[in-house]
Design a binder for this molecule. Structure first.
Ligand code: ADP
Ligand code: MG
Length: 350
């Protein structure tokens, strides 16, 4: 929340002198951009439309650049780094956001007791998730999964020495699908702020961050129903916050009536299956994104153990029966849609 300290007078007054008119009370909504394999939408409140439009164009270019820099399978800086790991070489990482992702990933790997492990790119690829389309056909052979799990790639294997990055384990293949969109919305909100915007939402397919308000009111965010149809609930936001939902409905493999999630348990290489949707609200988008992945892996029995050291307060889980689990702080933020009346269970306070 540190970054939110720009005062109204400081931002508003110079703008008045330049334009000679009142700030707009219009909501500007961008066209959908296709980045990170998902639709990205930006909403901006309180500035004239040309300013909002120009800001969105700048942010869109930056997001496209990040997408290219972090892509897990299209040739670029990350695939080059993975190639170096596979051949036991060290590589200089010049893209600052990529280096930052590697650093953050190491930190979050430890914080989540290894449940968030973006070093398992080979497993993610084996399950068929290194393509834009949904994978089809039977799941990979158990022996092939076991082989990759036994190679035990972790973020501890990754060594950062200045700009030089290497891996002690050639089986490490980085895949930032579980943090990239959260980090991207952090960067996008920062960039909008630098462009003089104080009230906005950046939404990358359910990975979103807000700042400010919509006029007098806090931004209200809809949480998609885990079935993929309609809205389950709305949550109110408070200043600069990220609201991130990971659901099994977005990306999965379907075979003979079985649904295989794209979130994998690094301990056995199998899809995490006990929760259909996890929503986390936190200041940092990167942290919230990691948390949704790690809590999905932890599942219903173990999520609290992981959430506590992460400092999470606002968590909502939906299990396969549609039962909703809320942390007490989240319960104060959530309002279920009038056509939804799920069984709700309150957790211990976090
Ligand atoms: P979404 O992409 O729908 O927002 P997530 O944030 O949960 O979903 O990220 C899922 C992605 O993270 C997968 O597609 C894969 O690229 C990667 N991933 C899967 N399992 C793990 C894991 N245990 N740790 C880190 N990253 C993972
Ligand atoms: Mg996530």
């Amino acid at each position: 929340m540190k970054l939110k300290t720009i005062t109204f007078a400081r931002c508003f007054f110079p703008w008045l002198l330049l334009s000679g008119c009142q700030p707009s009370n219009q909501l500007y909504q961008s066209d959908s951009l296709y980045v990170f394999g998902t639709l990205v939408n930006v909403s901006i409140w309180g500035v004239p439309e040309p300013q909002a439009r120009a800001a969105v164009n700048t942010v869109a270019q930056e997001l496209q650049r990040l997408h290219q820099e972090w892509h897990a399978w299209q040739p670029g800086p990350l695939t080059e780094l993975n190639q170096a790991f596979a051949t036991g070489k060290s590589r200089e990482v010049t893209a600052p956001t990529l280096l930052s992702l590697v650093e953050q990933a190491k930190f979050f790997y430890k914080l989540t007791d290894g449940l968030f492990n973006p070093a398992i790119g080979r497993l993610i690829e084996l399950w068929g998730f290194h393509q834009d389309e949904m994978p089809v056909g039977p799941p990979p052979a158990a022996a092939n999964i076991a082989k990759l799990v036994a190679l035990a790639p972790t973020m501890e294997d990754v060594i950062i020495d200045g700009n030089q990055v290497s891996s002690k384990n050639p089986a490490v293949q980085l895949d930032f699908g579980g943090i990239g969109k959260g980090y991207a919305v952090d960067l996008a909100i920062n960039q909008l702020r630098q462009l003089g915007i104080q009230n906005a939402i950046v939404n990358a397919g359910g990975n979103l961050k807000v700042m400010g308000k919509k006029g007098k009111y806090p931004w209200l965010i809809g949480i998609r129903h885990p079935s993929g149809q309609g809205v389950l609930a709305a949550v109110t936001t408070n200043g600069e916050e990220s609201v991130i939902t990971s659901g099994n409905y977005e990306r999965y493999r379907e075979y003979q009536g079985q649904h295989y999630s794209h979130i994998l348990d690094p301990r056995n290489g199998m899809p995490a299956q006990t929760l259909t949707s996890v929503t986390v609200i936190a200041c940092s988008g990167a942290l919230a994104d990691v948390a949704t992945t790690a809590l999905s892996v932890a599942g219903l029995a173990d999520w609290y153990r992981i959430a506590k050291p992460m400092g999470l307060k606002l968590v909502m889980l939906v299990d396969n029966q549609g039962t909703v689990y809320l942390s007490p702080a989240m319960a104060e933020r959530v309002k279920f849609e009038s056509n939804q009346s799920p069984t709700v269970v309150l957790s211990e306070p976090l």
